[in-house]
Design a protein around this ligand. Structure first.
Ligand SMILES: [Zn+2]
Ligand SMILES: [Zn+2]
Length: 167
């Protein structure tokens, strides 16, 4: 099937390298003023399915058809949607979401690799990941709802990098 491209009334949102689908869907919905349920209706996949994706609830894993339907609506290649999901069988830490604040300060998005069970730190910065705000201890919510700061005390993710321990 030929991908006809995104619907003309939607803003196309290009995924970042290694971005998690949860974070991407949050950006896409924000850019297009779509709630979880509205995106569920528009794609025909249902709000519960979209919510599952945003919470990393990937068991059962999305089918090729579901991925294709989502990709078709948001106007990107199905391979790119697949690339924002863990490879099947790779263990994911559902919550809390984790953050390398130093990475986030460079480009503000949630990297899928931070949720891998085997990941404990950022190889690039040699820093341990944060799973809660270092100031008020509020655990990070799902990346789909991130806006670059703790949603309790407002400390920015960027400012959190000095609190990350090295390893
Ligand atoms: Zn990093
Ligand atoms: Zn806080």
């Amino acid at each position: 099937m030929v991908n006809a491209g995104i619907q003309p009334w939607l803003f196309e949102v290009e995924p970042y390298s290694g971005e998690s689908l949860s974070h991407y869907l949050g950006r896409f919905r924000h850019a297009n003023h779509l709630t979880v349920s509205a995106l569920g209706v528009a794609t025909g996949l249902g709000g519960i399915f979209i919510k599952r994706l945003e919470h990393f609830h990937l068991n059962p894993f999305p089918t090729a058809k579901q991925i294709a339907d989502l990709a078709s609506y948001i106007g990107i290649d199905p391979q790119k949607v697949q690339g924002m999901l863990p490879a099947q069988g790779v263990a994911i830490k559902l919550e809390p979401s984790r953050l390398c604040a130093a990475c986030y300060a460079e480009v503000p998005y949630h990297r899928l690799a931070w949720q891998y069970k085997q990941t404990s730190g950022c190889e690039k910065h040699r820093l341990r990941l944060l799973s809660e705000c270092p100031k008020c201890k509020k655990r990070f919510g799902i990346p789909a709802l991130w806006h670059g700061a703790c949603n309790r005390c407002g400390m920015t993710f960027e400012a959190m990098q000095i609190m990350q321990k090295s390893f």
